[in-house]
Design a protein around this ligand. Sequence first.
Ligand code: KIV
Ligand code: ZN
Length: 506
Amino acid sequence: MDRVIIFDTTLRDGEQAAGGTLNVQEKLEIAKQLERLNVDVIEAGFPISSPGDFEAVRLIAKEVHTPIICALARAVPEDIDRAWEAVREAKHPRIHVFLSSSDIHLGYQLKKSREEVLHTAQEMVARAKKYTDDIEFSPMDASRSEPKYIYQILEAVIDAGATTVNIPDTVGYAIPDEFGNLIEGILKQVPNINKAIVSVHCHDDLGLAVANSLESVKRGARQVECTINGIGERAGNASLEEIVMAINTRKDFFNLTTNVNTTQIYKASRLVSELTGFVVQPNKAIVGANAFRHESGIHQDGVIKVPITYEIMRPKTVGIPASSLVLGKLSGRHAFKERLAELGYSLSEADLDRAFSAFKELADKKKGITDRDIESLIAEEQRTVSEVYHLDRVQISCGDRGIPTASVKLIDPEGEVLADAALGSGPVDAVYKAINRIVGVPNELTEFAVKSVTEGIDAIGEVLIRIESEGITYTGRGADTDIIVASAKAYMNALNRFLAARKAAG
Ligand code: KIV
Ligand code: ZN
């Protein structure tokens, strides 16, 4: 086979990243974008882990039809039954069973012998197989396990019905050549390996997740597990965009393809960053803000003459909007709508009306409105859709004399207007205290960052915050030309996410 299966685990391993919690609707939105990206498999969650995870997997299974929808399960009956409950309505369901195989995990964590683990793995794969044909098995911590033992487990689970065997570098310990040898060993030594696809799942603790994945592909693996922007547990997982674009750009080397529609990469990256609150570093390969920016005069000269001189991929291949057309105060609804379509948004008439009036309001404050401004504006509009409390008004007085003072007006779920005011050590503190007096959710602010969307003194400011309440972290984002207003919006966004999660948990 000359195609690599792209297995996206943004919604499962990616969501395991500290502070990256997503709600059910956000997961569905990402799953729909992954479908547009045309990934082969979406690992939608770990259903036994929480009612919210179960619900998200079930909803995605019902509403996303093209890719395989996969649910994760430990090698225990309750997990497998619950995983099946969650994916049973999918057009293409998969159950992914995992069990540790390294002596470190067996000895210190599971306290089981190799024989017991081998038997359990086989038995649990057989149980999953009663539900569906498409079964994946992962020997967790494979890269620190004895290869001969991995061969035995894989032979047993393939006999029991596993159709994909996934080799995880769970702790990101492997080195490319060594990991490649393991994959090659599996392909040579496991007698029934021709009945299964060999997959890899690499973590980035040593910054080698993509290198290990690509080495494995070179040695015969035909499924790669990865996440958008490389998010995931600890240092993250192999980044989907880097894997796909390496295979795509270096066809001459790999002689392989993927099914991915690369023009949807940028949109997927922006969406995941927006909803998880994980900022993409500017120098991130493929999707970072600087990935296609040429600063050196010599490079600029070359690119203007012939792009291939310094550009190995074209920005449009990964869906980075090519146009530098700037909209402004005089731009009409039609031009705005067209620009949105070019950026990949298709809004309902009602949403378009709201977005257009937000655009007009922004155009009064800011001279030229760029694509990044429009993306920020649409994201701000989308954040208000599932609000519990709506920020109606915020007024601040501050300076180097006197005490910063804020007054706020919120609209509660019944439509009642609630107003309050507070003093603070600074304007943001005053606003947050005023909001707290109305909403009454005890929390701690653990992160606060502000950045401008574009250059220029009139730029939109985007605020990202994280609050911790009842032991869980919630992310909030807000955008406005006034950074104190953006801070208030970000705080409301985090509080609304907390309130929605509390309501969903009953
Ligand atoms: O890293 C890992 O080992 C995993 C398994 C559940 C596949 O995420
Ligand atoms: Zn993992």
